[in-house]
Design a protein around this ligand. Structure first.
Ligand code: SF4
Ligand code: SF4
Length: 244
């Protein structure tokens, strides 16, 4: 189904990633972390809504005392649809031939493809499915459109309902990714618990995290740069969180 879509999910969501995802992208693309990671700030209420799975981070920098942060992928303005945002890595172009069976769905006219497909974050690999909280069952999720769709139709999500059959023969792989993602999130939550017990400044976080992963990743020091805080202004009051 994604082949006939304009990648609405890569536009409408502030995607939360793990340090593992960031290190993998940085290593594979030789890209400094600060180039593509954004720290997403939330107040206490926002953190409560976001934080079921991902533990929020605290920093000691002045002005950050009441703010909780999540690690996300940077969003930038879409060149195809000015005034709207998309994932830093999304490639987009008008379709040479409109897909008639997709009707008025934006994916009928616009193609969207991940520019880092082989290195994309684990959540992107499994979307739109999730792991049941008992950890034993992968489930298909049909994402509902977000309030951003009212601002621009480009934020419309899937052109059809997802069923198990939509995953084709990849169901085992999807469950595999979900389990790995849960493992990495749990690993990261422990790391963040340790960090939050004695929070330091934002610029010290990734060097700390890289040290925690040193048995798994060899990171070139020049790649460990500090991410920016926040995202570009969007038409909606607040970008939609990832679905629960
Ligand atoms: S990394 Fe790729 S799949 Fe994930 S949100 Fe960005 S463009 Fe989409
Ligand atoms: S919005 Fe739905 S159909 Fe479109 S790319 Fe994302 S998951 Fe695939």
């Amino acid at each position: 189904m994604c082949d006939t879509c304009h990648a609405g999910c890569c536009r409408a969501y502030n995607l939360l990633i793990t340090v593992f995802d960031a290190l993998q992208i940085s290593r594979d693309l030789s890209l400094p972390i600060g180039e593509f990671v954004a720290m997403l700030p939330r107040d206490a209420a926002g953190a409560k809504r976001f934080g079921d799975l991902h533990r929020p981070l605290r920093f000691s920098d002045p002005g950050f005392e009441d703010t909780f942060f999540y690690i996300g992928l940077k969003q930038i303005e879409s060149r195809l649809i000015p005034g709207t945002v998309r994932c830093h890595f999304l490639q987009e172009w008008p379709r040479a031939e409109v897909i008639p069976e997709r009707g008025s769905h934006p994916g009928a006219k616009i193609a969207g493809r991940c520019g880092i497909y082989g290195s994309r974050p684990m959540m992107c690999r499994a979307y739109p499915s999730f792991l049941h909280k008992d950890g034993a069952l992968g489930m298909v999720a049909n994402p509902a459109d977000t309030p951003m769709t009212q601002a621009n139709e480009i934020y419309t999500l899937c052109p059809d309902k997802w069923t198990l059959a939509s995953f084709g023969s990849d169901t085992t792989q999807v469950v595999h990714q979900l389990v790995l993602n849960r493992y990495e999130i749990d690993f990261q939550n422990k790391l963040i618990d340790e960090w939050n017990a004695r929070p330091r400044s934002l610029k010290e976080f990734f060097p700390f995290a890289v040290a925690c992963y040193s048995g798994r990743f060899r990171v070139i020091p020049e790649m460990v740069t500090t991410p920016s805080v926040g995202q570009p202004a969007t038409p909606a009051a607040e970008p939609a969180p990832i679905p629960e």
